[in-house]
Design a protein around this ligand. Sequence first.
Ligand code: MN
Length: 456
Amino acid sequence: MNLIIKNGVINNCEGSYKADVLIESGIIKQIGTDIINKKNYEVIDACGGLVLPGGVDVHTHMDLDLGAYRAVDDFYTGTVAAAYGGTTTIVDHISFGPKGCGLHYEIDEYHRLAGGNAVADYSFHGVLQHVDSNILNEMKEVIDDGIQSFKLYMTYDNMLGDEDILKVLFKAKELGAVITVHAENNGAIQYLRSYYGDLGKTQPIYHALSRPDSTEAEAINRMIYLSEIAGYPHLYFVHISTEKGLNEIKEARKRGAENIYCETCTQYLTLTEECYGKEDHEGLKYIMAPPLRKREDVEALWKGVENGDVDVIATDHCPFYLEQKLKGIKDYRIAPGGAPGVEERMEIVLTEGMKRGISLDTLIEKLCANPSRIFGLYPKKGVIQAGSDGDIIIVKNQNEIIRQTNRHSAADYTTYEGFEVSYVVDITIQRGRILIRNGKLAAEKGVGEFIRRKRK
Ligand code: MN
């Protein structure tokens, strides 16, 4: 837990510089060029590699229970994969509980699932699956317990209607909570899924065609106007996937809308709907909501990353076995939605972002600092500075090809097979403890801790 990282190049979103880092009792104590080796302190030679804050992925679904299926990564395998990919903190979007249950029900369940298993540090977003006075009162208790964010869905079975959404937004404004939103127009999607389905159009591409970009844009627009009515509580759009959707956010900010944040994910920055046409039913691997989009959307999202319109890059990590995905051979609607990605995010985004000439400052902001700031983890997480947790990764500039054989999730495929990365995570350190070194897991199950998060 006491160590010195030497000969590295640090980046903290404010330019890169050579310095050493001293970590004592898990906390960063000093950054400088004059750190003297102390007795019994382990010295790690970064050999000129990048010394970056541990990654913060605020959108994962470990152990997600969908009823018919369960995501195949639990908090152990999922956070081991995260650690291999340089992510040291996750904030997980939890499952829905039984109908009518309170907010604590699933949070208590997730403490059981993660505690003693997680290798990365973790927190959860609460989930709002119905709204009444008890739920609204419970929000404060949950925040007091260190969980300052809640998720609501504008689609799926447990979606909230506009009236309930507004109740939540007023409450969030009062409490300083962050409301995270899955924004898609439910009615339009239901109609299109049935419309195509009735015509026998059930190949994977119809997953994308039944969720056109307007379904995302409409829901974002509606949500922002509801938020305006409630006085602009902190609103966070998860997994923005379209240019049209992002434009709604840009327009709203232009007209003065406040406290709006948005996230995109690795897959929406790298893959397109062409994947749905892959042979041998491979298109089913990419069934996820929102679906993969067009090349123009990918380009618009990168532009948003570069100029600051996009605040965060996360993953929506939610893996299933290929066998489970292949249940959708006759009808994509049967396949469970979701794909792995927690391990690939840092390396792919650094590689692709740098290739596009986006600064390391900007990329680290989206991968580490911004998610920490928005979700009450900063400056404990997401930054290398004195007083912060000693969560640090050492990244080398070398080429590697992503293969299923070099992955660590429990999933049996990666949607990034054959993808060449030029930034590779070499060492992952969390609170001064080495998690990954020499390609091997160096920590025990359960070393991850629940992190209490501060309200906005
Ligand atoms: Mn999700």
